[in-house]
Design a protein around this ligand. Structure first.
Ligand code: MOS
Length: 703
C-alpha cells in the first residue's frame, strides 16, 4: 500500500485558489441578482425616533428599503448548538432600539451595488441618544453565567497558602479587542426559486448547522434550505453561524422575490460580525523555593454586548497546564454598547495562555530557574477539573525538542546580556495547548471505473486543508495516488460532515473517510484499489460506493484529550526607536497523528503569525461618541506583513492518539496561536529587563 498519510501533500484546492477559479460566496452568478446595502447605526445606545426612507426610495434603481417599520418575517430560532445557532440572539430590525454602534438598522435593495450604497446614504435617521458605555475599564462586572452547561467558577484545595508561599507572582495581564479580519469579507447571496425553498451562498464553517438554523428562522423543513460554501477565505471563528446581515438578506430576498446579494464593507465588519473581547486577567502563582506550584488563583474579565452573552473563557486552560493542589478560577463579564463578541482562534485558550505563560516566566526569573525546567517540574498527568488522565500526552517532548532545536541551553542567564549590531537580543519561550475535539461526521465514498475515487461530505475547508486531508486519507485506505481522489465539500446537500471549528474537522472527518473507503473495498470484495477496479469493470456497475458515519463514543469519560506545544523565539530590539523584530521562531507540537505534514505545519505557522499580530500590533478601540471601532479597513487594523515574520520552524512530536479516534489525529488549527504572545513578551523581558503585561506591545511601550 502507498503511504500518503503523514507525508506532505500539496493542497488539493491550491491551484483553484491561486488561479481565481475557486468560487467564493459573493462570486456566484445568479440571473436577476439584485444588491443590498446595509444601513448601520451611528449611535451606540438609544432609539430610532424617526427614519425617513423617502429620498432613498425615489432614487434610480432602488427596489425597496427595509427598516424596523417594515421588517420582513423572521421566526425566533431555538438558538442552541445542537439544532441551530445564531451569533446574536436579537433578530435584525426587530424594534427601534440601538444597542451598539454599527448595529444594522436597515437594508436598501437596488439593481446595482452602487445604487444601493448611494441610496443608503440618503436615509435620514433621528435618534434619541443615551450615553453609551464602550470603555471596559468603566464597566460593572458580574460573575459570568455558565457556558456549555458548566460554571466557570472552580475551586480545589485552599488558596490561602498563597500568602506564605516562598515564591509569589501576582500580576494583571491585558489583551486588546481583536478583529477576525478574514481575507474574504462576510457576504451572502440568497436565492428563493419559490417561497418554500432557498439556496444560500455564504462563507460558513458549518453548512449543515447553518442550513438548519436558516430553516428555523424561516419556518421551513431543513431539507428545503441548501447552504453552499465550497471555499472560504479565512474564518477564524466568525463564520460558524448566521449573523444579523445574513438573516436579514435571506428574509428580504424572500419578500422581494429576487436573488439578493449583500456584502459587508470592512468598516461594517468591525462592528457587527464579531470580535474577540478585550480581557484583563489577574493571576496569582505561589510556589515552593524549588519551584513546585502550590497555588494558582486566576481571575478573568471580558465584555459582551447588550444583545447576547459571550464570555471569553480564559480560565479553561488553568486546570490543564500545571499540577497544583490549590486552585481557584473565576470569570466575570460586563455589558458594553459594542457588537457581540464571539469565538476567535483559540477562544479563551489564547488570552488564558498569554497570562499563565507570562506569569510562569516571571516565576522562573524569581526562582532563578530555567523556564523550561519550571514547566517540566510542574507537568500534570491529568486534567485537574475533569479528573481524567491525558491521552497520548507528549508535552515534555515538545519542551525538550524545542529547547534543543533552538539552542536554549546557550541562553545567557541575565537580562540585557545579548546584543547584536547595536540591538538588544532576547530569547523567550512559552507552552501551547488546545483541547482535542471531535464531532459526528458522515462521508460518502465512490470508486469509479475510470480509476478515480470521489469523496463527498458537507464538512468545510476554511483554508485549513480539509480537502487535502480527506484526499490523503482516502488515497491511503483505497491504495490510490492522491491525485486520483476528488473531494467535494461545503454543500449541505452532501452527507453531514459537521463543523469546521474547535480544530475538529480533521478528527471528525478522517475516521468517517477511513470507514467509508474500507467499506468500498469490502463491497468490491477487494483488498486493493486495483482489485476493486478490476471487479468493478467486470461487473459493469457505475461505481462501488459506501456511506459511513463516525462519532465519538464514551472515550471522553476515560480520557482528557489535549494538543500540546512549545514555542521558542528570539527578538531584536532597537531601544532608541522602540523597534522590535522577531528574528527566530521554533515551534514543536504534539497533535496526535499528523495526517498531512504540509498543511499541519502551515496551520501552526498561521497560528504563530496571528499570535505575533496579537503580541505586537492588533488593537481596536471604540469611539466613545459613536461607539464604532476606530478601524476603517485592513490598513487601519495593523497586522503582520511577510517582512514582520521570520522563518518559522515547525516540528511534530508524539504518537497517534488512538484513544481519541481511529485516525489518531487531534487537530492543529488553534494550538499554534496559544502561547505565542507570551513567548514574545518573555523574550522582550530577557532582552530589556522590561516586563510588559499589556498587549499589543507597540513601539511606545518599548521606549
Ligand atoms: Mo474556531 S474560533 O472554533 O473557528
Amino acid at each position: 500500500m502507498n503511504k500518503v498519510i503523514g507525508t506532505g501533500v500539496n493542497r488539493k484546492d491550491g491551484l483553484a485558489k491561486v488561479t481565481g477559479t475557486a468560487t467564493y460566496a459573493a462570486e456566484h452568478q445568479i440571473p436577476g441578482l439584485v444588491h443590498g446595502y446595509l444601513i448601520t447605526a451611528t449611535i451606540a445606545n438609544g432609539q430610532i425616533k424617526s427614519i425617513d426612507t423617502s429620498a432613498a426610495e425615489k432614487t434610480s434603481g432602488v427596489i425597496a428599503v427595509f427598516t424596523h417599520k417594515n421588517s420582513p418575517k423572521i421566526f425566533k430560532p431555538s438558538n442552541n448548538f445542537v439544532t441551530s445557532k445564531i451569533y446574536e440572539a436579537r433578530l435584525p430590525l426587530s424594534d427601534n432600539k440601538v444597542h451598539y454602534g454599527g448595529q444594522i438598522i436597515g437594508l436598501v435593495v437596488a439593481d446595482t451595488f452602487e445604487q444601493a450604497r448611494d441610496a443608503a446614504h440618503l436615509v435620514k435617521v433621528e435618534y434619541t441618544v443615551q450615553k453609551p458605555l464602550v470603555d471596559a475599564k468603566k464597566a460593572t462586572y458580574q460573575e459570568a453565567p455558565p457556558a456549555f452547561g458548566e460554571e466557570f467558577k472552580f475551586e480545589q484545595g485552599n488558596i490561602a497558602g498563597f500568602a506564605s508561599a516562598s515564591a509569589k507572582i501576582e500580576a494583571s495581564y491585558k489583551t486588546s479587542t481583536e478583529l477576525h479580519t478574514p481575507m474574504e469579507p462576510h457576504a451572502i447571496i440568497a436565492h428563493w426559486p419559490d417561497n418554500d425553498s432557498v439556496t444560500i451562498y455564504e462563507p460558513s464553517q458549518w453548512v449543515m448547522g447553518t442550513g438548519r438554523t436558516y430553516a428555523e428562522l424561516f419556518g421551513l423543513p431543513s431539507e428545503r434550505v441548501r447552504v453552499v460554501t465550497p471555499f472560504l477565505g479565512g474564518a477564524f471563528g466568525c463564520k460558524a453561524f448566521p449573523w444579523p446581515h445574513g438573516i436579514l438578506a435571506v428574509a428580504v430576498a424572500r419578500q422581494i422575490k429576487r436573488p439578493l446579494k449583500v456584502v459587508l464593507s470592512r468598516r461594517q465588519m468591525t462592528a457587527n460580525s464579531g470580535h474577540r473581547s478585550e480581557t484583563e486577567q489577574i493571576l496569582r502563582l505561589g510556589a515552593t523555593a524549588d519551584g513546585k506550584l502550590i497555588v494558582i488563583d486566576h481571575e478573568a474579565k471580558s465584555a459582551t454586548s447588550p444583545v447576547d452573552e459571550f464570555t471569553e473563557p480564559c480560565t479553561g486552560i488553568t486546570p490543564v497546564m500545571y499540577a497544583v493542589p490549590n486552585m481557584r478560577l473565576q470569570q466575570e463579564l460586563a455589558v458594553l454598547n459594542v457588537g457581540t463578541p464571539t469565538f476567535m482562534r483559540a477562544p479563551g485558550e489564547n488570552p488564558g495562555m498569554w497570562a499563565l505563560e507570562s506569569a510562569m516566566d516571571e516565576l522562573a526569573w524569581q526562582l532563578k530557574l530555567d523556564p523550561v525546567e519550571l514547566r517540566l517540574k510542574n507537568e500534570t498527568k491529568e486534567h485537574q477539573r475533569k479528573n481524567l488522565p491525558f491521552s497520548a500526552k507528549h508535552f515534555a517532548d515538545c519542551l525538550r525538542v524545542g529547547a534543543e532545536q533552538f539552542g536554549w541551553q546557550d541562553r545567557p542567564k541575565q537580562v540585557r546580556s545579548l546584543t547584536r549590531d547595536g540591538k538588544l537580543i532576547g530569547w523567550g519561550m512559552a507552552a501551547a495547548t488546545f483541547p482535542g475535539m471531535r464531532g459526528r461526521a458522515t462521508v460518502k465514498a465512490r470508486l469509479l471505473p475510470d480509476g478515480t475515487a470521489h469523496i463527498l461530505t458537507s464538512g468545510n475547508d476554511m483554508g485549513t486543508g480539509a480537502y487535502t486531508v480527506v484526499a490523503a486519507t482516502a488515497a491511503e485506505v483505497l491504495g490510490l495516488p492522491v491525485e486520483r481522489v476528488k473531494v467535494e465539500l461545503g454543500d449541505s446537500l452532501l452527507p453531514d460532515g459537521g463543523l469546521a471549528g474547535g480544530s475538529q474537522m480533521t478528527a471528525s472527518l478522517v475516521p468517517a473517510v477511513m470507514s467509508a473507503c474500507t467499506q468500498v473495498l469490502n463491497n468490491a470484495q477487494a483488498k486493493t484499489a486495483t482489485e476493486a477496479l478490476a471487479n468493478l469493470r467486470q461487473s459493469g456497475r457505475a461505481a462501488f460506493e459506501a456511506t459511513a458515519s463516525s462519532a465519538p463514543g464514551d472515550e471522553a469519560k476515560k480520557w482528557a484529550f489535549q494538543s500540546w506545544g512549545a514555542h521558542f523565539c528570539e527578538v531584536s530590539i532597537d531601544e532608541e526607536i522602540g523597534r522590535l523584530q522577531v528574528t527566530r521562531w521554533v515551534s514543536v507540537m504534539d497533535i496526535g497523528k499528523v495526517i498531512n505534514a504540509k498543511t499541519a505545519a502551515s496551520q501552526v505557522r498561521g497560528g504563530v503569525i496571528m499570535g505575533i499580530g496579537q503580541a505586537l500590533m492588533e488593537e481596536c478601540h471604540f469611539d466613545p461618541n459613536i461607539g464604532y471601532p476606530v478601524v476603517y479597513d485592513l490598513a487601519t487594523y495593523h497586522y503582520p506583513a511577510h517582512a514582520d515574520i521570520p522563518r518559522i520552524q515547525v516540528t511534530f512530536v508524539g504518537e497517534p492518539d488512538i484513544n481519541f479516534n481511529p485516525g489518531g489525529a487531534r487537530g492543529v488549527g488553534e494550538v499554534g496561536i496559544t502561547g505565542v504572545s507570551s513567548a514574545i513578551a518573555n523574550a522582550i523581558y530577557h532582552a530589556t529587563g522590561k516586563r510588559i503585561r499589556d498587549l499589543p506591545i507597540t513601539p511606545d511601550k518599548l521606549l
